[in-house]
Design a protein around this ligand. Structure first.
Ligand code: GLP
Length: 245
């Protein structure tokens, strides 16, 4: 059944169509990856001009709900994964809250002398070695982020023997090391993916990524982690809570 658009309503027709299509996406009537009706089909189905249908599709594409493939059609995009910036969460928690199975591929797990940035973030000197953990983070097996963590605390070398392919760093820290992630300072910025990220993520060259720097502190307010991450901008969104002062 197609709900008719109300031409006598003060809201423009393209807007009404846009909201109607949005409902279908949000309600799951149209699933991610599914091709939706073309401009021509929509204009016939709703008795509107192709220009009006085009405008609705264009806006939903800009909002990230739809994507176009040259010569093929318009498709429903995967919903973005939210990370709420008011609450300290781990990658695994972000994924599980969206019903995705988190995973990881460990690219580096070794003891290194910390970089100047890591020293500054962790309040240590280059003579104090840190565990460097580089992971490709997955959701349902799909690469979502690349995270490079520098970890420093009493007994940190134990992390060299942990299995990070299938477990959460924060869970291991809490459960086995008594390090409780309590608060973090985080910066988020926009950038284009590097060649390496493009290959690891399997995304087109020059795709946007969100670059994230986090210094996390334990229950004694000691910095234990400095992490630089790149998140795929097509799959991730940062959600910020604002209150009045
Ligand atoms: C986030 C943060 C990282 C943190 C990671 C822990 O993605 N950006 O700084 O290290 O979560 O995630 P997990 O506990 O799933 O390994």
């Amino acid at each position: 059944m197609t709900r008719p658009l109300d031409k006598s309503h003060p809201l423009p027709i393209y807007y009404q169509l846009k909201e109607l299509l949005r409902e279908k996406i949000v309600a799951g009537e149209w699933q991610p990856g599914e091709m939706i009706p073309s401009e021509r089909e929509l204009s016939e189905r709703y008795g509107i001009s192709r220009m009006t249908a085009r405008q609705a599709l264009k806006e939903l594409t800009t909002e990230g709900l739809l994507y176009r493939e040259q010569g093929r059609g318009t498709f429903v995009a995967e919903p973005k994964i939210e990370q709420r910036l008011a609450k300290l969460t781990s990658f695994s928690e972000d994924m599980l809250s969206r019903g995705f199975q988190p995973g990881g591929r460990v690219l580096r797990q070794e003891m290194v002398s910390p970089s100047t940035l890591a020293c500054r973030a962790l309040g240590i000197t280059p003579e104090q070695p840190v565990v460097l953990l580089e992971r490709l983070r997955l959701a349902e097996g799909e690469p979502i982020a690349l995270e490079t963590s520098h970890l420093y605390f009493e007994g940190v070398e134990g992390l060299l023997d942990e299995d990070f392919e299938n477990s959460s760093l924060y869970n291991i820290l809490r459960e086995k090391y008594g390090v409780i992630p309590t608060r973090a300072e985080q910066q988020v910025g926009a950038d284009l993916c590097s060649h390496r990220e493009q290959e690891l993520f399997g995304i087109p060259e020059g795709s946007p990524v969100l670059r994230n720097k986090r210094i996390a502190f334990d229950q004694h307010d000691r910095p234990f982690e400095y992490t630089e991450s790149a998140y795929r901008a097509d799959r991730y969104v940062f959600q910020i809570e604002l209150g009045t002062l």
